[in-house]
Design a protein around this ligand. Structure first.
Ligand code: NAD
Length: 363
C-alpha cells in the first residue's frame, strides 16, 4: 500500500501523522510511504530522517492526496484537504465530526473511507487513541499550573513542593481518570499535597491502590469541592461524562472566594469546561484572571508538546495503521470490531451512529 503523510495545516498544529520510526515499521512490512516536505521539521523530525527510514519526500499535499491509498494525519482534514480525498481512499486521523457538519458533508461527498482515532475502542470499551493525549494533558496540567503559580506569571508565588521547613502547595484534582491520574503523578513527583475527587467509587479504590495512600481521595460532592478549592493553590479540572458537556463543578462563587493568585487549569475545556468561569484559551495567550484567580484553559494542550504528543499518538495508532496497510481497509475492519468502531464515514455514508443521529444523516 502507498501511505501518504501530509504536513498538518491547521493553525499552530506541529504534530505529524507518522514519526520516522513508524515509517520504518510500515516500510519493513513491505509498504511505501510518502511524506510532505518539512512535514515534521518543526518538531525535529527532518526530511533526512524520513528518507533514512525509507520514505520519499514529496513537495505538495496535492501530489500526496492524488496518489496515496491511505492518508495518515493528526487533525481533522481542512476543507481543501477534504476536497482532495477520492472515493476508495482511506483517511486515518482525528475527525471529531459530531460538532462539525461542514466537514462531515465534505467527507461524505468525497466517497473516501474515514476512520476517526477518537472512536476506536479497546476490549474494555475505552478509547485507546484518545488516552495518550489525556496522559499528555494530565501531566502538562501540573507543569503549567506550577509555572503560573510563579509571581511573574500572575500567581501567588508558591513553589509546588515547598522546601524543608515550608509546607508544600495544595493541589486539588477533580476527576481521577486518565488526565487526573497523570496530573496526580506529576504533582506528587514535585512534592505537592494532592487530593483527588471522583464520583466513581471503583475509581477511587483504584487510585488508592495506585498511590498507596500518598494522595487523599474523596467522593466528589459540592461540599468536598468547595472546602478543598478554598484551601487549594492549584486546581485541575479533569472530569468527563461521556457524550455530555462537562458539569460546572467549580462555581463562580467558589472561585471568588479562593486564594488570590491561585491557579485553576481546566483540562475539560474541550468539553465546555468544568469551571463556571472557564473559556477556551490558546498556547499564545493561555491564561486570564477572574476574581484574582489565574485561569489556564488551553483547548489543545498536547499541541504545546507536539514532539512528545506525536510519539505518544504513534505508539497507539501504529498497530492499527499496520493492520490497515497489511490487510486493506475492508479486511482489517472486518477482523477487528474495535477498529470498526472508528469507521465514521464510508463511500458517501455516515457510518457512526452518534454522528449520524446528531447531524441528521441516514444510518
Ligand atoms: P476519563 O474518562 O479517563 O476520566 C474522567 C473522570 O471524571 C472519571 O473518573 C469520572 O468518574 C470522573 N467524573 C465524572 N463526573 C465527576 C464529578 N462530578 N466529580 C468528579 N469526578 C467526576 O477522562 P480523561 O481522559 O481523563 O479526560 C478528562 C477530560 O480532559 C475530558 O473532558 C477530555 O476531553 C479532556 N482532555 C482535554 C485535553 C486538552 O487539551 N484540554 C486533552 C486531553 C483530554
Amino acid at each position: 500500500m502507498l501511505i501518504g503523510v501530509p504536513k498538518e495545516i491547521k493553525n499552530h498544529e506541529y504534530r505529524i501523522g507518522l514519526t520516522p520510526s513508524s515509517v520504518r515499521e510500515l516500510i519493513g512490512q513491505g509498504h511505501e510511504v510518502i511524506v510532505q516536505k518539512d512535514g515534521g521539521a518543526s518538531i525535529g523530525f527532518t526530511d533526512e530522517m524520513y528518507v533514512n527510514a525509507g520514505a520519499k519526500i514529496i513537495d505538495t499535499p496535492e501530489e500526496i492526496f492524488a496518489t496515496a491509498d491511505m492518508i495518515v494525519k493528526v487533525k481533522e482534514p481542512q476543507p481543501h484537504e477534504c476536497e482532495m480525498l477520492r472515493p476508495g481512499q482511506l483517511l486515518y486521523t482525528y475527525l471529531h465530526l459530531a460538532p462539525d457538519p461542514k466537514q462531515t458533508e465534505l467527507l461524505v461527498k468525497s466517497g473516501a473511507t474515514c476512520i476517526a482515532y477518537e472512536t476506536v475502542t479497546d476490549r474494555f470499551g475505552a478509547l485507546p487513541l484518545l488516552a495518550p493525549m489525556s496522559e499528555v494533558a494530565g501531566r502538562m496540567s501540573v507543569q503549567c499550573g506550577a509555572h503560573h503559580l510563579e509571581k511573574a506569571q500572575g500567581g501567588l508565588g508558591v513553589l509546588l513542593g515547598g522546601v524543608p521547613g515550608v509546607a508544600p502547595a495544595k493541589v486539588l484534582i477533580i476527576g481521577g481518570g486518565v488526565v487526573g491520574t497523570n496530573a496526580a503523578k506529576m504533582a506528587l513527583g514535585m512534592g505537592a499535597d494532592v487530593t483527588i475527587l471522583d464520583r466513581s467509587l471503583p475509581r477511587l479504590r483504584q487510585l488508592d491502590d495506585i498511590f498507596g495512600g500518598a494522595v487523599r481521595t474523596e467522593y466528589s460532592t459540592d461540599d468536598a469541592i468547595e472546602s478543598h478549592a478554598l484551601e487549594a493553590d492549584l486546581v485541575v479540572g479533569a472530569v468527563l461524562i461521556p457524550g455530555a458537556a462537562a458539569p460546572k463543578l467549580l462555581t463562580r462563587d467558589i472561585i471568588s472566594r479562593m486564594k488570590k493568585g491561585a491557579v485553576v487549569v481546566d483540562v475539560a475545556i474541550d468539553q465546555g469546561g468544568c469551571f463556571e468561569t472557564s473559556k477556551a484559551t490558546t498556547h499564545q495567550e493561555p491564561t486570564y484572571v477572574v476574581d484574582g484567580v489565574v485561569h489556564y484553559c488551553v483547548a489543545n494542550m498536547p499541541g504545546g508538546v507536539a514532539r512528545t504528543s506525536t510519539m505518544a499518538l504513534n505508539n497507539a495508532t501504529l498497530p492499527f495503521a499496520v493492520a490497515l496497510a497489511n490487510k486493506g481497509a475492508k479486511q482489517a475492519l472486518l477482523d477487528d470490531a474495535n477498529l470498526l468502531e472508528g469507521l465514521n464515514v464510508h463511500a458517501g455514508m455516515v457510518t457512526y451512529k452518534a454522528v449520524a443521529d446528531v447531524l441528521g444523516y441516514e444510518y
